[in-house]
Ligand binder design. Structure first.
Ligand code: SF4
Length: 525
């Protein structure tokens, strides 16, 4: 049964986890929350304990965000944009709207289409909206941590949603608690709102800038008050966030922000530009204004967005993802070509790189593995039986394309290695005479602290085994990864965007990381 939380929704009892931060700036004794989380509002099917079969051996993006300013059906537009961003998180989703006076918020567990039926969308009035879709690890996927979070603070009602992960959370939380803050969620968004509420800055926009300059890590944020929308990226620009617009007959544009530009296409909006690293953009009745709240920090945008997360029809960090993946495939063919009969992608994310590889190598490209797109939130975890079954549920070999062939298999990553082994066995079982696995990025040797759910170092196969040992484990005839230089060359353009490559190098662009997580495997066992 899908459980929803309602806050400030006209005609619906205010069953809410609304946070109220009172006038507590530097006065701990006065800091208190007057509302407590209550049980969620039960509606239809509960998907909280369901998960994607076979998903355990892939990395997951944490979130996607959207914001809409000046549209008569802002909630519906936010819904469509979230629909386009569903690949960035499938566990919970939320939309908050504002109509100049009220700020309503509805969120629930499940897919965007499961939560936001016509009836639910009708309860979200207003010409402004922000939205969020979230992936989170088991145990941390409570409805309370779903976003947007709606907060009643000394600076007024604020709704906030973010994509990414703060790394100086503990320190900030400790300091805020000493100042009287009382936390109700484990969400990074709440830290940011608490910082805004505790800021001594005179205006809301100054308080937001003040708050953002204190947090370290990865965040692309959208925020909304009763009459304004804010959008910001962290100073290093880890996560993407783009700005677009719809031209309206009355001359007042609808302004849109989204994690990926593919959301603009569904809305028939045009891409304007990326929100810059360290930039805070404000949209109000008076138009769009912007300020750099942080400067001089080297950019380190997540290169794995280009490798895997973002949709190939998106333009992120100033570059088409499709173009990057095509180049990765071509470079992989140049670096590690092998005599073969056919190039086969592991769908869907391996497809574009495989096309590039095949063209560069002069080999036929064949869809030798077919993905079942209807396998999704079907089975209850944790059940080992399901995990073992997962790959066969998701992928099926096309025997007549593989039988008697020397196959080059293209995938975007090997995390634990178990899924890759099952796929190699599947292709061989369909009659392939040789299976050569090629990976369109370098070996993943270190966990991510910037919004991507990665296993600890001890569970990353490439952190603990040589490439030859991995080849033997996955039972491939040969195995090769794209070099780091090859990857960076594939995503580069004239703007010379700086990229984070920490999961391939262990060199983290921020100071704060969890040392436990990056200890060598032997030391942690
Ligand atoms: S560590 Fe890897 S996944 Fe995380 S931000 Fe850096 S490149 Fe992206």
């Amino acid at each position: 049964m899908t459980r929803l939380l309602f806050q400030g929704v006209p005609g619906v009892p205010d069953i809410s986890e609304s946070l109220r931060i009172t006038s507590n700036c530097f006065h701990p004794e006065r800091a208190k929350r007057v509302e407590r989380p209550v049980d969620a509002f039960p509606l239809t099917a509960d998907h909280c304990s369901l998960t994607t079969a076979g998903a355990a051996d892939k990395l997951h993006e944490e979130c996607g965000v959207v914001a809409i300013h000046n549209h008569p059906h802002a909630a519906r537009e936010a819904y469509l944009a979230l629909y386009a961003l569903q690949h960035r998180g499938q566990e919970s989703a939320g939309i908050a709207t504002a109509d100049g006076a009220r700020l309503a918020n509805i969120k629930g567990m499940g897919l965007v289409s499961e939560i936001f039926t016509d009836d639910v969308l009708a309860k979200l009035p207003g010409s402004m909206a922000i939205g969020h879709t979230r992936y989170s690890t088991t145990g941390d996927s409570a409805l309370l941590n779903a976003q947007p979070i709606r907060v009643d603070s000394t600076k007024g009602l604020i709704a906030i949603a973010h994509n990414g992960n703060l790394v100086n959370l503990g320190n900030l939380r400790e300091r805020l608690e000493r100042d009287g803050a009382y936390f109700q969620t484990t969400s990074d968004s709440e830290i940011i709102v608490q910082l805004i509420a505790h800021s001594s800055a005179g205006t809301l926009v100054d308080a937001i800038a003040d708050s953002l300059s204190q947090v370290e890590g990865a965040f692309s944020i959208v925020m909304m008050t009763r009459d304004r929308i804010f959008a910001a990226r962290d100073p290093r620009g880890f996560r993407p966030l783009s700005m677009g617009r719809m031209l309206n007959p009355d001359g007042r544009d609808t302004i849109i922000f989204a994690s990926e530009s593919c959301a603009f296409d569904l809305l028939r909006a045009e891409f304007i530009r990326d929100v810059l690293p360290g930039e805070l953009v404000m949209v109000s009745e008076d138009g769009v204004t912007s300020r750099q709240y942080a400067t001089g920090v080297p950019q380190s945008s997540c290169v794995f967005e280009h490798v895997y997360f973002a949709r190939p029809d998106s333009r992120i960090f100033g570059r088409w993802v499709q173009e990057s993946r095509d180049q990765m495939g071509r470079q992989l063919a140049r670096e590690s070509g092998v005599p073969a009969d056919v190039v086969v992608p592991v769908p869907d994310s391996g497809v574009t790189a495989a096309l590039g590889y095949a063209e560069q190598a002069g080999l036929p490209f064949r869809m030798g593995l077919i993905r079942n797109h209807y396998v999704g939130r079907t089975f209850i975890e944790p059940e080992q039986r399901v995990r073992d079954f997962g790959v066969r549920l998701k992928l099926n070999p096309v025997h007549n394309l593989l039988a008697g062939k020397r196959v080059i298999l293209i995938d975007d990553s090997i995390i634990r290695g178990t899924t890759s082994r099952k796929i190699v066995r599947m292709v061989r079982g369909a009659g392939a005479t040789e299976v050569h696995l090629r990976i369109s990025c370098p070996p993943t040797i270190s966990p991510c602290f910037y919004g991507v759910d990665t296993p600890s170092k001890r569970d990353l196969i490439a952190a603990n085994k040589s490439i030859e040992e991995i080849r033997r484990f996955i039972e491939a005839d040969s195995l090769a990864y794209l070099s780091l230089e090859g990857l960076l060359q594939s995503v580069q353009d004239e703007k010379q965007t700086g990229y984070c490559t920490a999961c391939y190098t262990g060199n983290y662009p921020t100071q704060w990381v969890d040392v436990e997580e990056i200890l060598p495997a032997a030391a942690t066992i």
